[in-house]
Design a protein around this ligand. Structure first.
Ligand code: SAH
Length: 401
């Protein structure tokens, strides 16, 4: 079968105890554990979900998570499951290609080709870095389900410039990844908006780079001319390089990961940038404290911390953490300067993000004007009814007297 997913001949079936028909027909792709009978014995993997014994969807079950089933496709009773799956994947793959028609281009050859649920391929991420594709799964169950052989075949057919297709696992897993096609080079170079970057994909965070900040990074370059810029939680210097390209007089990058700090300098060098760059390996919270004590200031401060809210339960603490780190950052910006805040936590909504920032400004006893609000770019789509997948928040504020 030319389908992208592995599934058995005989399906396990689970009958729902709650009617989620409306919810899933509107495009939601997750069915939570409380929609199934508590006596149900789950097995990881593909299954059919029914409601009142009527066939509803082909799903992948994750037996240990509250997100109990990811919907791959809604089913009708008329056609065979094989036929419906085949048709679904072919049309969904074409839609995915069409949405990325602009990529690769002369300026940008790094982009997200498949964004999981947002592209109709639940739990599956595929990022392209020049001639290298990186596949990553949201959950170990999903790694078993997606048919890597077929994915490689379709990727090679439709993105013929690929020389390597790499499966990346979490950095703390014993086997970090595997070459599915070709061989991963230790350093992969790629372009974004005409800016050069390099990534050690095997050891890097996520799939290798934070592609989702592409449009926001570009925004930074527009405001940086002649400015002194501080980039906190800088990772490999994405925002820093754009600030330098925009003409910053001086850029400081701060990150706790030594390899990321070294890579940020490398990314300056490969772009031939001569702006002063202080690449500092430090704890950003300590850096903030010291800078405040020493009354240091920067014209632009960018604060894009890692997610403080791994789950809903951690949210109150996370909100406190974000408020504190943003407030401390705001204190380093004089009036007329810019403060740039970002958060990638999916548990914080766009509204909550701005509320956190109102509180951060108030904690810092300062006034802000919103200059620009950003988010995730068009290669990171999400279903309209799954606002939890609109995870990236980004805003630029001017400090006012
Ligand atoms: N802004 C970056 C992405 C930031 S990801 C970009 O656009 O590419 C979050 C970063 O925070 C990671 O690089 C991680 O190493 C760093 N980090 C985590 N805890 C930190 C801490 N206490 N101090 C400084 N950096 C930290």
């Amino acid at each position: 079968m030319t389908v992208l997913i592995n599934y058995p001949k005989n399906f396990l079936r689970y009958d729902l105890i709650r009617d989620v028909t409306k919810h899933v027909k509107r495009g939601h792709r997750w069915i939570f554990s409380d929609c199934f009978a508590s006596t149900e014995k789950f097995q990881d993997g593909p299954a059919l979900v029914t409601f009142k014994k009527q066939q509803l969807a082909f799903v992948v079950v994750q037996k240990d998570t509250h997100l109990r089933a990811r919907i791959i496709v809604l089913l009708n009773e008329k056609d065979s499951v094989d036929f419906q799956l085949k048709k679904y994947f072919q049309s969904q793959w074409l839609k995915t290609l069409e949405l990325r028609a602009q990529f690769p281009n002369e300026l940008t050859n790094s982009f997200r080709f498949i964004n999981g649920e947002g592209d109709g391929f639940p739990g599956l991420i595929i990022d392209i870095y020049n001639d290298t594709a990186v596949i990553k799964h949201d959950h170990p169950v999903m790694e078993e389900i997606w048919n890597h052989e077929k994915l490689v075949e379709w990727l090679k057919r439709d993105l013929p410039y690929l020389k390597c297709i790499y499966l990346k696992r979490k950095n703390d897993e014993e086997e970090k990844g595997a070459n599915l096609y070709g061989e991963l080079s230790p350093e992969v170079s790629f372009k974004e908006n005409g800016v050069q970057f390099t990534s050690n994909i095997r050891d890097a965070a996520k799939t290798g780079f934070f592609l989702d900040q592409r449009d926001n990074r570009k925004m930074i370059s527009h405001f940086s001319k002649g400015k002194k810029v501080l980039n906190l939680f800088s990772y490999t210097g994405g925002f820093s390089v754009y600030a330098a390209i925009g003409g910053a007089s001086e850029v400081t990058s701060v990150d706790i990961a030594a390899a990321a700090v070294a890579a940020s300098q490398k990314n300056f060098d490969i772009n031939g940038l001569k702006n002063t760059h202080h690449a500092i390996h430090a704890d950003a919270f300590e850096f903030l404290e010291t800078a405040q004590k020493e009354k240091k200031t920067w014209d632009i401060v960018i604060t894009d911390p890692p997610s403080f809210a791994p789950n809903q339960k951690a949210l109150p603490k996370a909100i406190e953490g974000y408020t504190r780190v943003y407030a401390s950052s705001i204190k380093l910006v004089p009036n007329g300067g810019l403060f740039v805040a970002s958060s990638c936590s999916s548990h914080i909504s766009q509204e909550q993000f701005l509320e956190i920032l109102q509180n951060s400004f108030s904690t810092a006893r300062r006034k802000g004007t919103v200059v620009s609000i950003g988010g995730q770019p068009s290669d990171h789509p999400f279903p309209l009814v799954m606002s939890e997948l609109r995870y990236l928040k980004f805003a630029i504020f001017r400090l006012d007297d």
